[in-house]
Design a protein around this ligand. Structure first.
Ligand code: ZN
Ligand code: ZN
Length: 355
C-alpha cells in the first residue's frame, strides 16, 4: 500500500515552494522506508526547481541530503532494520549492471542514475520526490548507514557536499604533504578544505573576498590567496599538486592551471557549463597538467566518507531551519548568505501538519 506523505514542492519554475500532499510508493522487497529527520539544502535543489538546467519536472519536492530513521524494510532487505539511522544522497537507483554500477560507481551509470528527485522511477515511471518531506522509500542499495556518534544534523550535507569533494581527493590520491588548492568557499569549498586537511594535505583556499580570510583559516586552511590580487597569484606559480575547483559559474581557470606543478591536476566539481574563457592548451601541454572533472561519489564511497568524517570529527557547518523558512533560505543561499549549509529540521513539518 502506498503511504501518504507531506512535503514542500515547487509546482513551476516561478512559484515558491509550498506544502504538498503526495504518496510514497508501496515498498518493494528491497525497499527501506525512512522517516526523515533532517534534510540539507543544496544549491542544486534551487537550480533544479527553478529550471536553470532545463531538466525540471513538476511538481518537485527537492532535497538530496537526507538523514532519517528506518520505519520498515522489505523481505529482501538484509543491511537495515527498523530503528536504524540512515542516509540517502543524490541517487536512488541505477541500472545496477553496467561497468560503472558493477564497480560501485553508480554516479557514472551508463544509463544514467535515477536522481533522488525529479527522475522517472525505473519500475513504475512515477517521478521521484526528495527529502523536503516527512518520509521516503528507497532501495537498500542506495541507502547508507549513519556511523555511531556522528552529529546527524551536520552530517546531512556530507551526503552531497561531502562526497562531492571527498571522491576526487581520494581518486586522484591526495596524500600527506601534498599542496592542495580549494577554489571557492561555499558549501562544497568549506568541506573541501576540511577533508583535504584531514587527508594530511597543506591546504590553500582561493577566494575573491578579503573578508573570508579569517573564516577560511578557522575551517582548517593553512593559507588563503586572494584570487583577484595579481601579486599573490604570481607568487604561487607552479607550487600546487591539486586544485579542487568548486566554483559553479564560468571563471578563468588559466591562472589556476599555472599555479599547478608539472603533472598537477585541476579538478572541476561545480562547473557544468562550457569553460569560458577558454583554456590555453599550452597551460596543459607545457607542464603535462591534467584538467579533470568529478561527480558526487558511488554508494560504497558515500558510506566511506561518512566513516571518515566520524573518525576525524569532521562535520559540515550548518544553520538549522524549519520547513516553513525554506523559501527565505533559498533567497539567502542565492545571495551567498549562509555559513555554509542550511539543514531543515523535519520535525517542523509534523508540527505544521498538527497545527
Ligand atoms: Zn547537492
Ligand atoms: Zn549502470
Amino acid at each position: 500500500m502506498s503511504t501518504p506523505a507531506k512535503g514542500y514542492a515547487a509546482h513551476s519554475a516561478e512559484t515558491p515552494l509550498a506544502p504538498w500532499s503526495f504518496e510514497r510508493r508501496t515498498p518493494r522487497p528491497d525497499d527501506v522506508s525512512i522517516e526523515i529527520m533532517y534534510c540539507g539544502v543544496c544549491h542544486s535543489d534551487l537550480h533544479f526547481a527553478r529550471d536553470d538546467w532545463g531538466m525540471a519536472a513538476y511538481p518537485v519536492v527537492p532535497g538530496h541530503e537526507i538523514v532519517g530513521r528506518v520505519t520498515a524494510v522489505g523481505d529482501d532487505v538484509t543491511k537495515y532494520k527498523a530503528g536504524d539511522i540512515v542516509g540517502v544522497g543524490c541517487m536512488v537507483d541505477s541500472c545496477r549492471q553496467c561497468n560503472s554500477c558493477s564497480s560501485g560507481l553508480e554516479q557514472y551509470c551508463a544509463e544514467g542514475f535515477t536522481m533522488t528527485y525529479g527522475s522517472p522511477d525505473r519500475h513504475d515511471n512515477t517521478l521521484t520526490q526528495g527529502g523536503y518531506s516527512d518520509s521516503v522509500v528507497v532501495s537498500e542499495r542506495f541507502v547508507v548507514r549513519m556511523p555511531e556518534g556522528i552529529d546527524l544534523k551536520s552530517a546531512a550535507p556530507l551526503l552531497c557536499a561531502g562526497i562531492t569533494t571527498y571522491s576526487p581527493l581520494k581518486h586522484y590520491g591526495v596524500k600527506p604533504g601534498d599542496k592542495v588548492g580549494v577554489i571557492g568557499m561555499g558549501g562544497l569549498g568549506h568541506m573541501g578544505v576540511k577533508l583535504a586537511s584531514a587527508l594530511g594535505a597543506e591546504v590553500t583556499l582561493f577566494t575573491r573576498s578579503e573578508s573570508k580570510v579569517a573564516e577560511a583559516k578557522e575551517q582548517g586552511a593553512d593559507h588563503v590567496v586572494i584570487s583577484t590580487d595579481d601579486e599573490q597569484m604570481a607568487a604561487i606559480t607552479e607550487t600546487f599538486d591539486f586544485m579542487l575547483d568548486t566554483v559553479p559559474v564560468q571563471h578563468d581557470i588559466n591562472p589556476y592551471l599555472n599555479a599547478l606543478k608539472p603533472d598537477g591536476t585541476h579538478i572541476l566539481v561545480g562547473l557544468l557549463e562550457p569553460i569560458d574563457p577558454a583554456v590555453s592548451g599550452a597551460n596543459l601541454v607545457f607542464r603535462r597538467r591534467v584538467l579533470a572533472g568529478s561527480l558526487i561519489g558511488g554508494m560504497p564511497e558515500t558510506q566511506e566518507v561518512l566513516e571518515f568524517c566520524a573518525e576525524h570529527g569532521i562535520t559540515c557547518d550548518v544553520e538549522m531551519i524549519n520547513i516553513d523558512q525554506i523559501n527565505e533560505a533559498w533567497d539567502r543561499m542565492q545571495k551567498g548568505d549562509v555559513r555554509y549549509r542550511f539543514v531543515i529540521d523535519m520535525a517542523s513539518i509534523k508540527e505544521e501538519n498538527a497545527a
